[in-house]
Write a protein that binds this ligand. Structure first.
Ligand code: HPA
Ligand SMILES: [Zn+2]
Length: 336
C-alpha cells in the first residue's frame, strides 16, 4: 500500500475519539462570531490575530487562552452550535463514536446554568444521531485548579442529568493539583455509578498516574505519557490493559515532547499497552483526529498494522457496552 493509499484508508476507517474537550473544538471563526453576538470583548481583531496568539509554551499558557475563548458561550444556541460543529467534523472524519468532555465549571461564573448548557449539547447530539447515527458519550470533566468543594457542588447539579452523563474526568492545570486532591469527589461519583477517568502524567509526574489509579480508582488515564519514567508503572498499565488516551499534536504544541519524532506512543503500543489516539483540543492544536493519525505516519513511520491496533484500541478503551464495541470493531475490519 502506498503512503497516499494508507492515508486514504486512515481517513475512511471508522474510529472512536475518547479525549476531546468540547471547548477545545471551538474554531476561531465561531469564537469571534459568538463574541460579537454576545458583546464579549476579546483581544483579537481578526482570524489571523487568533492564530498568531496560539503559540504555546506549556499547558498553562494554552489554558489561559482556552478559558478566554470559552467565555463567549452564554446561550443555549451557542452550546448547540459548538457541539454541532464538532459532530459535523466527526461525520467528515469517520469518527463514528465520540466521548466528549464538557466542563460546566468554566461557564458557571458567567451565569450559565447546567440546564442551558445541557439543553444545547443534547439538541445537537440528538440531531446528529437522528441524521447520521452519530454515537456520543458525555464525560463530566472537573477543573482541578478549583477546589474539591466546587467540584462536589457541580456533581450535585449533575444529578438532574444523570442519564446523560456516563463518566467523570479531571482536567486543567496538573502541576500543583495532584489527583489525591479529589479523592472525595471520585468516591462520591463512584457511589453514583459514574465511570471514572482523569488526566494524569501529561506535565505531571508518573506518580500522579499511580495516584489516579490507586487513589481515585480510575479505569482510564487521559494522556499518561509520563508513565515512561517508571518501568514498574509501564508493566502495570500493560498487565491490566489500562487505556491511555494519548494526544500527539497536543503534546507537541504544549511541549510535552519537543518534536513528533520524540513521541513515545508507538513504542508504548509495541510494548503492548492499550494506547489510543485523540485530538484533545483540535481548534488550538492544529488538527482533528485524522491529522493526529497522519502525523504519526509522517513523523514516526506508523504502519497499517500499528494504525489498525490503535483504531481497535479506540473502541476497546471506550465506555461502550461489549456488544457495541464488537460491532464497531467488525466495521473496522470490513475496511481492510
Ligand atoms: O491537555 C489538557 N490538559 C489539561 N486540561 C486540559 N483542558 C483542555 N485540554 C487540556
Ligand atoms: Zn485533555
Amino acid at each position: 500500500m502506498s503512503s497516499d493509499e494508507f492515508i486514504n484508508w486512515l481517513k475512511r476507517v471508522p474510529k472512536a475519539e475518547l479525549h476531546l474537550h468540547i471547548d477545545g473544538s471551538m474554531q476561531p471563526k465561531r469564537m469571534l462570531s459568538l463574541a460579537k453576538k454576545n458583546g464579549i470583548s476579546l483581544p483579537y481583531d481578526s482570524l489571523d490575530a487568533v492564530q498568531a496568539a496560539y503559540a504555546f509554551e506549556d499547558l498553562q499558557s494554552f489554558l489561559d487562552l482556552y478559558y478566554l475563548g470559552a467565555s463567549v458561550l452564554l446561550e443555549e444556541d451557542d452550546f448547540f452550535h459548538l457541539m454541532m460543529d464538532y459532530l459535523l467534523k466527526c461525520r467528515e472524519q469517520n469518527i463514528v463514536h465520540a466521548e466528549i468532555m464538557i466542563e460546566p465549571q468554566t461557564y458557571a461564573p458567567n451565569g450559565v446554568s447546567f440546564a442551558t448548557m445541557m439543553s444545547g449539547f443534547k439538541r445537537a447530539i440528538k440531531q446528529a444521531h437522528d441524521q447520521w447515527g452519530q454515537s456520543v458519550i458525555l464525560i463530566l470533566s472537573f477543573l482541578r485548579h478549583l477546589s474539591e468543594q466546587d467540584a462536589l457542588e457541580m456533581l450535585e447539579q449533575a444529578t438532574d442529568f444523570r442519564d446523560d452523563l456516563m463518566a467523570i474526568g479531571l482536567a486543567s492545570s496538573e502541576l500543583g493539583n495532584p489527583p489525591q486532591k479529589f479523592s472525595q469527589l471520585y468516591q462520591e461519583a463512584a457511589r453514583l455509578g459514574f465511570r471514572l477517568s482523569a488526566h494524569a502524567g501529561e506535565e505531571g509526574p508518573a506518580d500522579f498516574i499511580w495516584q489516579a489509579l490507586k487513589g481515585l480508582d480510575v479505569e482510564r488515564i487521559d494522556h499518561g505519557v509520563r508513565c515512561v519514567d517508571d518501568p514498574e508503572l509501564v508493566d502495570f498499565l500493560c498487565e491490566r490493559q489500562i487505556p491511555l488516551t494519548v494526544c500527539p499534536l497536543s503534546n507537541t504544541k504544549l511541549r510535552v515532547f519537543e518534536t513528533m519524532h520524540q513521541h513515545t506512543v508507538l513504542s508504548l503500543l509495541d510494548r503492548g499497552l492499550c494506547v489510543t489516539i485523540n485530538s484533545d483540543d483540535p481548534a488550538y492544536f492544529g488538527g482533528y483526529l485524522n491529522e493526529n493519525y497522519i502525523a504519526l505516519h509522517e513523523h514516526l513511520g506508523m504502519n497499517q498494522a500499528q494504525a489498525l491496533r490503535l483504531v481497535e484500541n479506540s473502541f476497546k478503551a471506550s465506555f461502550l457496552s461489549p456488544e457495541r464495541k464488537q460491532a464497531f470493531i467488525k466495521q473496522v475490519h470490513a475496511t481492510e
